[in-house]
Unconditional design. Structure first.
Length: 531
């Protein structure tokens, strides 16, 4: 009889019982003079001692501003040192930090501000074409609980710090307290707020770092966004729990700036989704960068092509690069390749289970665990599973079963050696350049377009991004259908750029099942090719 597709991560290293603040205190006490944080664009640097002191000052300022344990503090900003300070200062006082994607526009940010009940918001002033101050002004009057906005790099930041009262006693915290809400797009319209605890994200960051042998000697280049778990958990928390240094190469991803940061700061580890590594390798002057300090890093978000992995190992000196698989709801990593895994395991699988976590592959219809080698839905259980979706118990129950198994919605195969291959998706999620997009949210938004009678959104193959967003539309008036330009203009400034359809297909009707459901798989197959 074949072994079942179930495995759990045994480990001689126990889970951390700390809060994030207590864990940072330990790092500050152990490595006070080592660098904790470097912001390459501004040239600013923090030792652990200075970083700890600045976190304390911001924590006291938040208390003086009336922020209490359990209050929601939003951060809508690109990567910068202040983002990291807010992450640790909110954890210090037990406030719940709410990550907001910098690509969000008014439609989305208004929903998050209301749904999470954010009372204080940190925001960038502007970045590229985004004027955050103008967008906040548009929605602020509709968000009754939002009482204060602090802009990073603006006098309001310094004014907040000036309110700090030292030696104020913090409330007692438990490592199981909610500490972070991350919005993940749902299949039923608006994003859902995955609520994570000190225990879940601190331990996940710690064990991800353990598996790539982080120590106080490591310097981690983090070009991935902090608003994702990839940046703030696998990056920041993996670093601070090991006394390593966090290096910010740029406010948002820039391949040349990333390689300059690795060279200048002698980084030992580099993060990215495969498209980021491809962009770096394809720089015309790639060969001129000295990347010899690198030894490891993490690639996640989508499968890595074999040829790209070969070049990352050989030309970027990342012999110990690791592949991770996870989701926001699981803090995020459940599976990871190991430092000595061969090329095949690093490109054909997403690794094996992390310490202290369980995974299984089940029949999606019956929930019965499948034999190894048989495809089914990947489920995971353990400390990493979210506390739930913020104030959405019904949606939580749809994702986390009574046995506390998180159902990922991904189709997977567990090999005999315990390594897992992701072979497809049960849900209709589109992954464009590492960004998860759920069609329902875009469909509900496009239904408000005056020229659209009905719309279905599907992902179709794209050479560069993996998938692109195709809107299949039934026009309200067939004689006056919407154009792609009209559709995009309707979305501009109201939906994140990566959610805006790049293709439009006009149809008279949708293919339907016998029970009256739209056959999205048929839409994808029929319109996968251009033209």
């Amino acid at each position: 009889m074949s072994e079942l597709s179930y495995t759990h991560g045994t480990s001689g290293t126990t889970l951390l019982g700390d809060t994030i603040g207590a864990n940072l205190d330990r790092a500050v006490a152990t490595w006070p003079d080592r660098e904790a944080l470097v912001d390459v664009p501004s040239g600013r640097r923090w030792t652990y001692a200075r970083f700890g002191a600045d976190v304390e000052k911001l924590a006291h300022a938040l208390l003086a501003a009336g922020v209490a344990k359990g209050d929601r503090v939003g951060i809508w900003a690109v990567n910068c040192p202040e983002w990291v300070l807010v992450q640790y200062a909110t954890a210090r006082i037990g406030a719940i930090m709410v990550n907001i994607n910098p690509a969000y526009r008014t439609h989305e940010v208004e929903y998050v501000l209301k749904q999470a009940g954010i009372s204080l918001l940190f925001a960038s002033v502007s970045h590229k074409t985004s004027d955050y101050r103008a967008m906040v002004d548009q929605v602020r009057g509709k968000c009754g609980e939002l009482r204060e906005v602090v802009y990073i790099g603006d006098p309001s930041w310094d004014a907040l710090l000036d309110r700090a009262v030292p030696d104020v006693r913090y409330e007692d915290l438990s490592c199981d307290d909610p500490i972070n809400i991350q919005y993940t797009s749902g299949t039923t319209g608006f994003p859902k707020g995955a609520t994570l605890s000190h225990h879940s994200i601190l331990n996940n960051g710690y064990f991800v770092g353990e598996l790539i042998a982080y120590s106080e000697q490591d310097r981690v280049c983090i070009p991935v966004p902090f608003y994702h778990c990839f940046g703030m958990v696998m990056g920041n928390l993996a670093a601070t729990s090991h006394g390593a240094c966090m290096v910010i190469p740029a406010p948002s991803f820039d391949p040349a700036a990333t390689l300059r940061a690795v060279q200048q700061e002698r980084c030992t580890s580099l993060y990215g989704v495969p498209t980021m590594f491809i962009a770096e390798l394809n720089l015309p002057d790639f060969a001129t960068y000295d990347l010899s300090s690198l030894r490891t890093g993490i690639m996640a978000g989508s499968p890595c092509p074999v040829e790209v992995m070969k070049r990352v190992v050989a030309e970027m000196h990342m012999a110990e690069v690791s592949i991770c698989y996870g989701m926001t709801e699981t803090s995020p990593v459940s599976l990871q390749t190991r430092r000595d895994d061969d090329l095949e395991h690093r490109t054909a699988t997403v690794g094996r289970v992390l310490p202290h976590i369980e995974v299984k592959v089940v029949d999606p219809a019956t929930g019965v665990t499948q034999p190894r080698g048989t495809a089914g839905e990947l489920c995971t259980r353990g400390y990493s599973v979210m506390l739930g979706y913020w104030e959405e118990p019904e949606k939580t129950a749809e994702a986390v079963d009574p046995g506390r198994w998180m159902h990922t919605g991904d189709l997977a195969v567990m090999r005999e050696d315990g390594y897992v291959e992701i072979v497809g998706r049960i849900k209709d999620m589109i992954i464009r350049g590492g960004e998860n997009i759920y069609p329902r949210e875009i469909e509900e938004f496009l239904h408000a377009h005056p020229k659209i009678a009905d719309v279905q959104v599907v992902g179709v193959p794209h050479e560069r991004y993996g998938e692109e967003v195709l809107a299949c539309v039934i026009a309200r008036d067939p004689a006056d259908p919407p154009t792609l330009e009209e559709l995009r203009a309707f979305c501009e400034g109201r939906l994140a750029h990566y959610k805006i359809p790049s293709r439009l297909q006009l149809l008279d009707s949708f293919p339907m099942t016998v029970s009256g459901k739209v056959r999205k798989i048929e839409l994808r197959e029929n319109h996968a090719a251009r033209g």
